[in-house]
Design a protein around this ligand. Sequence first.
Ligand SMILES: [Zn+2]
Ligand SMILES: [Zn+2]
Ligand SMILES: [Zn+2]
Length: 171
Amino acid sequence: MGTSGRPGTMAPDKRAGTIGPVTRRSPTEPVGHTTAATVEEAVEVVRRHGGRVTASRRLLLRALFASKGHRTAEELAEEVQAPDIHLSTVYRNLEELERLGLVVHSHFGHGPATYHLATAVHGHFVCEECGKLIEVPGTLFDDLAAQARSRFGFTVDPHHFAMLGRCADCC
Ligand SMILES: [Zn+2]
Ligand SMILES: [Zn+2]
Ligand SMILES: [Zn+2]
């Protein structure tokens, strides 16, 4: 769950002015995301926030930029392919990159969290029968988000958890 949630507060994230371009595509897009187009831009964001740019952090960013797919920390650790980088280091780095708004994670059913760059915001449909993942545009939740806000003062985050159901093949 979000740790920075301030219900009813619409004030823009103070950090947004200092972390470079922040694009808001739809009302469902969580605030605080940082868009970095390249590994170097991401490294720059880390630096600007006083973070250390370690070799392992750079390798992890490279792996994240190499594919837009959803990968667990274990899969990322495998992709980084450096024998001296342990899973705990990957977790720590992911946490830090997430704090800076560069990375987001989401949960698909009962599986472990999956990570990707914060640049591609979307929702997830996951089939409970066959496990298929369908990425859907975040705008699909705009009506829900608008109603949740106006009727309950609640801000939905459609990315954090997948919507579970059945795909067309399994219906
Ligand atoms: Zn989570
Ligand atoms: Zn995703
Ligand atoms: Zn299915």
